[in-house]
Design a protein around this ligand. Sequence first.
Ligand SMILES: [Zn+2]
Length: 326
Amino acid sequence: MPDTTIKHPVIYHPRYKLGSGWLKYLHKLDMDKPGDLYRALLQKGLIDADHIYTAPQATNAQLKLAHNQDYIDNKIGNKVWLADVFQLNLIKWVPFTLTQHLLVTPLLYHTGGTILAGELAAEKGWAMNLGGGAHHAHANDASGFCMVADITMAIKNLRQRHKHMRNIMIIDLDAHQGNGPERDFANDPDVYIIDMFTYGVMPDGDMFYPDDRRAMQRINIPVKLNFNTKDDTYLQKLQNALKTAKTDFAPDMIFYIAGSDILEDDALGMQAITKSGLIERDEMVFAFAKELGAPIVSVQAGGYQPNLGKIVADSIENLDNKFNLF
Ligand SMILES: [Zn+2]
């Protein structure tokens, strides 16, 4: 019998998988990115099913840490709103119970996973949710494949449970500008945000998504990236941002939004980072957390290309080699 008392702070649930069957042919979202990552980590022998944490589904009380009941009833419970957020018109025409099964419930597991990750990192120094990272969701609305504000909930839950955890640093390295936590913590100086994101005019004349100027003003260190930024430039900018952050703010906890849509083959991120650049990026962030002695939570956020699970697993393997995580 495996000794299930020893657990690594990796959080996953098979229900993280979005959709099933036909839905996967309709959307650019990889519907089972967390599952691919989970299986790649299993294959490397870094984790096994008995020694990680199973994500719970976020409860109504947890949702209310970020949203009011009206949001819960009339947005999460409304297939027209969901169709818009997920750019999936078809769900307007299928029974809501099906949408709930394929989309809403899985995302509630992702959310529960992020909240649990915050708690585990406080205890163990680090934690990884193999899903989560809905950085375009805030108290009153959401967009860009995000449904509920998991990061806001995790931060509020953490502060309630651990009174000494007050200063939170968010390092958002998803290719898209974050606008959820930025809005939710607009007036909270104890949340410090570094965000590196693609910025510019798209071929169709629109600004790269989300171009949320109000949220952008809240970012302590906004780093606008040109399209197709390469490794050297990217990593130099990250190093500079971390250096500034270190003198500005002493975090009790770091939330790392580790979006992998900065990769060169990504369908949406418009960046040109190689696999080794991504690995170096993640290492830089974990080294920074270690240097500061701050616990770190990572969530996966965006990433829209095949084989992503293997790439991210390679990065986690590198983190294990460097920082002895497992
Ligand atoms: Zn993104």
